[in-house]
Design a protein around this ligand. Structure first.
Ligand code: P6P
Length: 330
């Protein structure tokens, strides 16, 4: 498709590939795009509105809730709940699933999302992002938490919206990874990166070296090996998952948030962080693992479970995996 094609047109072209499609998914995705445009506006004016800073509340994980976090969470729920395509949603900001109110029609999709990942960076104007995952629910509208506990390989769609120097939406439905850049002057996401492929090997590694005192031996050995190499990679770590992932997706590289002595399952969440990014990276030719297991094969036990995440260029991830035999029992 030509550069500059609108996301709406791209989605309709995608839909035409399936003669028996109902258009439900396209409509669902279009609602999500509206939420992304709303969040882009708010994130880009956060410094002006009384929307910076923390609310003083804590989220389900005891983390400080930033005002924009709260706005993003409710904006997505409000935009998505009446479309008639979802039975329920799950948000990083909320302990329990959000069932679509009975006053609205329901559909057979479930939406999982991290409304504003990296939100601690908001006040210092560092890129943040929304991450989303769409799965099917088989039993119609009688949905419960267990319907969300599907392996990442079951995802219908995964994507993220990066609020950076420009706002980009990147997604996959299993037919490649495609990137769209928001043109605020027309209020449309325009095709800018069709069929993104991650380089097989990169020159960037991303890990919080401040945690090195907690690292297990395999992690330490791998990072030391990278550093010992004369032509080794550069370190790049924003502390905002979507920003670090997106840079590595386009340029090649590896992002690691491994299990360590302090966090036996790492920090990042399986269902609405690791799974969607893993679907994307595999569709782009990359790899995503816990160090021992393919992320997309993990059958979740709970909605907000954490998982170690090593994700990026295929050869880089495979090299990291070769060191995981040295990890002591956690
Ligand atoms: P640390 C942001 O809080 C986040 O969830 C991700 O966006 C980011 O990759 C990670 O945590 C950073 O965590 O412990 O390195 O500050």
């Amino acid at each position: 498709m030509p550069i500059g094609t609108t996301l709406t047109k791209f989605l309709l072209e995608e839909q035409r590939r399936y003669p028996d499609s109902t258009g439900n998914f396209t409509s669902l995705f279009s609602d999500l795009v509206i939420a992304g445009k709303i969040l882009s506006r708010e994130v880009n004016r956060a410094g002006l509105a009384d929307i910076l800073g923390a609310t003083g509340d804590k989220n389900t994980h005891g983390e400080e809730v930033q005002k924009l976090d709260e706005f993003a969470n409710s904006a997505i729920i409000r935009t998505m709940e009446h479309g008639g395509h979802l039975s329920a949603m799950a948000s990083e900001e909320m302990e329990d699933i959000i069932k679509v109110d009975s006053k609205y029609p329901k559909g057979n999709y479930l939406l999982l999302f991290d409304p504003l990942d990296g939100s601690s960076n908001i006040d210092v104007n560092i890129s943040v992002g929304t991450i989303f995952s769409i799965i099917k629910c088989d039993n119609g509208c009688d949905v419960s938490t267990k319907d969300f506990l599907q392996a990442g390989a079951e995802q219908v769609c995964a994507g993220y919206i990066l609020y950076g120097s420009s706002t980009m939406l990147v997604y996959t439905t299993g037919h490649g990874v495609h990137g769209f850049t928001l043109d605020p002057s027309v209020g449309e996401f325009l095709l800018s990166h069709e069929n993104i492929r991650i380089p097989e090997k990169g020159k960037i590694y991303s890990i919080n070296e401040g945690n090195s005192r907690h690292w297990l031996p395999g992690t330490s050995m791998y990072i030391e090996k990278l550093k010992a190499n004369e032509k080794g990679p550069s370190a790049r770590y924003v502390g905002s998952l979507v920003a670090d992932f997106h840079r590595n997706l386009l340029k090649g590289g590896i992002f690691l948030y491994p299990a360590d002595k302090k966090s036996k399952n790492g920090k990042l969440r399986l269902l609405y962080e690791a799974n969607p990014l893993s679907f994307i990276v595999e569709q782009a030719g990359g790899k995503s693992t816990t160090g021992d297991k393919r992320i997309l094969d993990i059958v979740p036990d709970e909605l907000h479970q954490r998982v170690p995440l090593i994700i990026g260029s295929k050869l880089d991830v495979e090299e990291a995996e070769s060191f995981w035999k040295y990890q002591e029992a956690r």
